[in-house]
Design a protein around this ligand. Structure first.
Ligand SMILES: [Zn+2]
Length: 466
């Protein structure tokens, strides 16, 4: 059914205005003052409410296996439902190559995970851990498959995922030829792995040691190196989950020199510190993610970077593992704790309350960070991330006065704890449309498994920016 949303305030990355918005089929048909009802459509009164573009989460891990008997606890249905409750209507997940696997096999395996379950729209970054000559050649196919970005690790040497400098450089150079955007997980893999082995060997096995063996300087070093290697290769670069002052300084300096460079951070790094890893009764395991949580000083600089443009996007790195039986795998030693935290549901509400309500930045900046920038950088514009005629009808009817309080007892994510347990705020989606279809209204769920769609993302070359 078509929908006319009347009397709200439309917020984009560029500004705000009072306007009506008409959804016809899967698209936004028009935005303007005093749009007339045609008859036949549903008319929604948006008085006192805001219209925002559906959120785009550029960094998630749904149904991601880390061992034969352990995968992230949200699949492509529960994770999508939780995302939609929080106002996210699009995400880009990761298709992770196994050693010896072709890129085609990799992408197909991950598309199967989403098939029949998806509610919101999705794409995949292709994680390349084994860049053989055959894989380098096969990369030419990625644009045709709708994959505009690759993920590269400078971390996780012991797990066989780390690339050396030559591999990283050659992959960036190949990405530049093809208009692909490389994403990097930047930590000095050799040193982190060494420090981890040494800590375990002397009995430092509690969760808090996870932070100690992942020093902020390792992230700063690898960020700086990744930027330099990408620039030598003539490539753009997107640094995922930036957590610390040293990495931000490297990004800011290279941006000032004109590097084509982007950065994201995630909610966990704004709210928690390494002290949370020392919570008693193994509770610290709930906070184990890589890079680890840092300091309050780092949090302050991250907020500034989100506001001033050093960072471009706000994603989640959503990688939920249940406390009672999954995080518990590392009860005897921290390196066995599955890395990752649940956040997909809370990205927009936390950033609105603690960013916009607390006057750290404007609603327009909020839209840029949560939707417009990730859509543009990840090849989804102009379909996603903006409210404009012709774009997909991904619309949030946002109630800036609605209050919320977070609890694992009431959240939608399929995980038995919540990092933000007891945190309360104001501003959340009252209704959510994905491609013109109502997913959620007043807390009631209308989404259906299998209606989310795989997105053909466009490379910089296909967008004409190449
Ligand atoms: Zn991740």
């Amino acid at each position: 059914m078509d929908t006319l949303i009347r009397g709200g305030t439309v917020v984009t990355a560029a500004g705000q205005r009072r306007a009506d918005l008409r959804l016809v089929g899967e698209r936004i048909a028009e935005i303007g003052a005093g749009l007339a009802a045609n008859g036949g459509e549903r008319v929604v009164d948006a008085g006192g409410l805001l219209l925002l573009p559906g959120g785009v989460d550029g960094h998630t891990h749904l149904d991601m296996p880390i061992a034969p008997d352990c995968a992230t606890s949200d699949d492509f249905y529960t994770g999508h439902r939780a995302a939609a409750f929080g106002g996210t209507t699009t995400h880009v997940d990761f298709a992770n190559q196994q050693r010896g696997q072709s890129l085609r096999e990799t992408l197909t395996a991950w598309q199967r995970r989403a098939a029949g379950k998806a509610v919101i729209d999705y794409g995949f970054h292709l994680t390349i851990v084994d860049p053989t000559e055959a894989v380098m050649a096969e990369m030419a196919e990625l644009p045709r498959w709708g994959v505009s970005s690759i993920k590269l690790f400078l971390a996780y040497k012991a797990r066989g995922m780390m690339l050396d400098n030559e591999q990283f450089f050659r992959l960036c150079r190949r990405a530049a030829e093809l208009g692909l955007l490389p994403l990097v997980h930047a930590e000095t893999g050799e040193i982190v792995d060494l420090l981890e082995r040494e800590a375990i060997a002397v009995g430092r096995v509690e969760p808090r040691w996870h932070a100690t063996v992942h020093p902020a300087l390792a992230e700063a070093e690898a960020t700086q190196r990744a930027i330099a290697l990408a620039r030598m290769a003539g490539s753009a670069l997107y640094v995922v989950h930036v957590t610390c002052r040293g990495a931000l300084a490297a990004i800011a300096a290279a941006k000032a020199e004109g590097a084509v460079l982007y950065g994201e951070s995630c909610p966990q790094y704004l709210f928690f510190t390494e002290d949370d890893l020392a919570r008693p009764e193994f509770e610290g395991a709930k906070f184990v993610c890589s890079p680890p949580l840092r300091s309050e000083a780092d949090q302050a600089v991250l907020w500034q970077a989100l506001a001033n443009g050093t960072l471009d996007a706000f994603s989640t790195d959503h990688a939920p593992f249940r406390f009672h039986d999954q995080k518990a795998r590392g009860r005897e030693r921290f390196d066995m704790i599955p890395n990752g935290v649940p956040a997909i549901e809370h990205r927009l509400t936390l950033l609105w309350h603690f960013g916009v309500n607390q006057q750290r930045f404007s609603p327009e900046r909020f839209v840029a960070l949560t939707a417009t920038n990730p859509a543009r950088l990840l090849g989804l514009a102009p379909r996603k991330g903006a409210l404009q005629p012709g774009a997909d009808g991904d619309v949030l009817l946002w109630d800036p006065n609605a209050t919320w309080a977070i609890s694992a007892a009431t959240h939608e994510m399929a995980v038995d704890y919540d990092l933000w347990e007891g945190v309360a705020g104001r501003g959340k989606p009252h209704a959510v449309w994905r491609r013109g279809a109502l997913l959620l209204e007043g807390g009631q769920w209308f989404g259906e498994a299998g209606r989310g769609r795989y997105l053909q993302r466009k490379t910089a070359t296909q967008n004409g920016n190449g």
